[in-house]
Design a protein around this ligand. Structure first.
Ligand code: SF4
Length: 381
């Protein structure tokens, strides 16, 4: 079995009581069967508290004012404090660590929705690197009877090529995004036509890199406004998010294209003046690499390659729009801590709801807005 993880992966350590947005509030924590069984057998006062503070039917911790009922006033976990780290349920033990399983490969990542993980990812100036190890453990063949190894090899190879483009800092970030989208689109088309294995990935990518993509401000405005409408179709996990999306549309788009252009121009001046222009692209690169690493090869299970690429670009564009709006309304500067906050808040809404991830991919698949012809011109300005 092969194992792959980003090099920063072991650096993560939960900052618990110092966390600006603890994961023990704001969403339901599902408890695994083994932990439920363990909790039901604890005979002490704390065992009684466990019995009374778990929704045994749903298998979740009860919440109090949207906080886990075991989260104490210092934002520390009482289960951890009373019973030790081994007593945490699987979700709490693993989060924000995430695992994607493929036939002979296990990929580890940290979730962008955790503030500390976001800080680790986005504060790195150097390009994200991955390390791979291997052991002699064999995969469970029965679990992977239908696994398409040929498609997976192609996706893995394509993703390596995509990483090289996304991390090529001699290219503008909008160009890197455009190449990611076009390249994934070509691979998708080849797969759909049953011609995937005739596609020479490197040659295809070379041709795309030479291509000039024309952009227009009109397309940018039209696309962002339509994307805001698509975001409003998603399940909302936190009420604040609903307000954020509504506010963003009202402040940035509803007042027309000219106002939006003025806001954007002033924002660019601030960004240049603050000296954070270079960091802006590095943050963007790290976010794109994160999404491509975490999702792209998952297309082996649903054949949706292009929508995974759109998800990566959509996520970055949206995080940037949140920053634009927060700068405009609240005067928040585009600096690391604000970028991290926008990234983790976005990721909490999108990544932690399978329903939202699926719906977004359905939207990208079914709407003309996200075809390369319509989506790409909105990137380049
Ligand atoms: S969100 Fe991350 S840093 Fe914060 S409490 Fe949870 S695991 Fe720890």
């Amino acid at each position: 079995m092969r194992y792959r993880k980003p090099k920063y992966y072991p650096d993560f350590q939960c900052i618990a009581g110092s966390c600006p947005d603890t994961c023990c509030a704001g969403w339901q924590i599902v408890i695994d069967e083994g932990s439920l069984e363990k909790y039901s057998n604890i005979k002490s006062d704390f065992g009684t508290r466990l019995l009374n503070s778990i929704d045994w039917y749903q298998g979740t911790f009860e919440q109090y004012h949207r906080r886990c009922s075991f989260l104490n006033e210092e934002d520390l976990c009482d289960i951890y404090r009373e019973l030790g780290p081994e007593a945490l349920c699987q979700t709490c033990r693993q989060y924000p660590r995430h695992v994607e399983e493929f036939e002979d490969l296990r990929e580890y990542s940290l979730s962008l929705s955790c503030p500390e993980a976001a800080r680790i990812m986005l504060s790195a100036k150097e390009k994200t690197e991955f390390e791979e190890t291997e052991d002699s453990v064999a995969e469970n063949e029965e679990e992977y009877l239908e696994f398409d190894l040929l498609l997976f090899d192609c996706l893995e190879e394509a993703r390596e090529l995509i990483f090289a483009v996304l991390q090529d800092r001699s290219l503008e970030l909008s160009k890197r995004m455009a190449v990611l989208l076009r390249f994934s689109f070509e691979i998708q088309e080849a797969l759909d036509k049953g011609e995937l294995f005739e596609l020479e990935l490197e040659e295809c990518l070379e041709a795309i890199l030479k291509r000039e993509e024309k952009g227009s401000f009109k397309a940018r405005f039209r696309n962002r406004k339509a994307m805001a409408d698509d975001l409003r179709k998603l399940e909302v996990l936190r009420e604040d998010w609903r307000k954020e999306v509504a506010n963003l549309r009202a402040q940035l788009y509803d007042r027309g294209e000219e106002t939006y252009a003025e806001i954007l121009e002033s924002f660019w001046k601030v960004l240049k003046g603050s000296g954070a222009e270079g960091d802006w692209d590095i943050w963007g690169e790290q976010i794109l690499v994160f999404f491509v690493y975490t999702y792209f090869c998952g297309a082996v299970y649903d054949d949706r390659i292009y929508t995974k690429a759109v998800l990566s670009v959509f996520s970055l564009l949206w995080i940037r729009e949140i920053l634009l709006e927060r700068w405009y309304i609240r005067g928040e500067e585009p600096k690391l801590e604000n970028v991290c906050r926008a990234a983790w808040e976005y990721a909490r809404e999108i990544e932690h709801s399978d329903e939202n991830l699926d719906l977004l991919e359905d939207i990208f698949d079914g709407s003309a807005l996200y075809t390369p012809e319509n989506f790409l011109p909105g990137l380049t300005i």
